[in-house]
Ligand binder design. Structure first.
Ligand code: ATP
Ligand code: MG
Length: 354
């Protein structure tokens, strides 16, 4: 008997976990953790999360206090950027230089990190929210003290992420590094299965493996990195399935969602096969169009949300057997999307041609 998987959070990640459970008739139940209702949890349910923050509401407490609530330790460490950075330092995983901003002379604290820094709220930020840029000579905001960390602005050549999973027996598997393009802190697109130096892949797997082992983690975790002079620096961790892993839905025979469920339900964890190349394009405040489905390799994932400017309302995976075919599909889809999104395709094609 497979356990029922209860997901704290009922956004698109919960929805996609549910879709991934369907072929196995694995019951995946996303719930609102901020509600004030009795959720009717059963003792053998397994609880996972798609979000990192929720209130101590009636439902929220039932989830947190369930004996099979997974990864409480990892969530505690990662939910607060200060604790997350301290974890990376303790495990000797390279990350950008940082300090925790405390009451007192903020300018000298900021200057001790670098001439250009990014100030990040310790808790609650996502998609680039809760972040400020500061450079030498700027006036710091008094409200940063006690609330934020400051980290050096990294002159990266590009950004990559690693998505991996670990099960209760400590077995770990990983996807190839994914190249990501963020704009104003929001992921616009990812390109997967580009050739990467073996050392980068090995280092990333070793670090994420070390982190998951340390936390006794079960499920999928993502690690975002900067690439500087060909070396990786870890930006941040996400203790859940991740937007930069969405390409695995059609780009691998085992999606990150299925991988997460396998780890949680203690089903065999094998290295996910990845044969072709993929691009994931986020629909940010845009609708999709039926004619897109004519383009070979195009798969639309629509979240059923109201469209608002900049809001993540869906994504499109474009998956082909090789680079030449993928570029053909990207060029075809490029002619059909909103003018302002054509640049996403220029970027993706440039990564593939490099
Ligand atoms: P997510 O939605 O992925 O959780 P987030 O809002 O939590 O994002 P970060 O990943 O810390 O925030 O930052 C968002 C983006 O801002 C990064 O992907 C990167 O493009 C840029 N950024 C963040 N920190 C730095 C840094 N130290 N140096 C340069 N760029 C940075
Ligand atoms: Mg991020």
């Amino acid at each position: 008997m497979l356990p029922r998987i209860v997901v704290a959070g009922n956004g698109q990640l919960g929805q996609m976990l549910q879709q991934a459970g369907a072929p196995l008739q694995l019951d995946v139940m996303p719930v609102d953790p901020n509600g004030d209702i009795e959720l009717g949890l059963r003792p053998d349910d397994v609880i996972t999360v798609e979000i990192e923050h929720w209130s101590d509401s009636v439902s929220g407490l039932q989830l947190k206090q369930h004996p099979n609530f997974r990864n409480a330790e990892a969530l505690y460490a990662v939910i607060d950027r200060q604790r997350q950075k301290a974890l990376l330092d303790r495990l000797q995983v390279p990350t950008s230089p940082w300090v925790s901003l405390e009451e007192g002379d903020l300018t000298s604290q900021l200057e001790s990190v670098a001439d250009k820094v990014i100030v990040k709220r310790r808790r609650g930020g996502y998609d680039g929210r809760g972040q400020w840029r500061w450079q030498k000579g700027d006036q710091p905001e008094a409200e940063w003290a006690g609330e934020c960390i400051a980290e050096a602005m990294i002159p990266f050549s590009h950004e990559v992420s690693l998505v991996g999973a670990r099960n209760a027996a400590g077995e770990k598997v990983f996807y190839p590094l994914t190249r990501n393009w963020h704009e104003n802190g929001i992921l616009r697109a990812s390109v997967a299965n580009l050739p990467v130096p073996a050392e980068q892949q090995q280092n990333a797997e070793e670090w994420l493996g070390r982190i998951m082992d340390d936390e006794g983690y079960i499920g999928v975790m993502a690690m975002e990195c900067f690439v500087v002079d060909g070396k990786l620096l870890v930006n941040e961790l996400a203790p859940r399935v991740h937007n930069s892993g969405h390409w695995t839905q059609e780009g691998s025979a085992i999606s990150q969602f299925q991988l997460h469920l396998r780890a949680l339900a203690d089903l065999p964890l094998i290295t996910p096969p990845v044969d072709g190349v993929s691009v994931m394009y986020n629909l940010l405040g845009r609708n999709w169009q039926p004619e897109w489905l004519q383009v070979p390799g195009v798969h639309v994932h629509w979240y059923g949300k109201e469209i608002r400017p900049g809001r993540k309302v869906g994504h499109v995976n474009i998956c082909r057997a090789n680079t030449a075919e993928l570029i053909d599909s990207l060029k075809a889809l490029q002619t059909l999307v909103d003018e302002a999104d054509k640049v996403v395709f220029d970027w993706s094609i440039a990564q593939l041609e490099a």
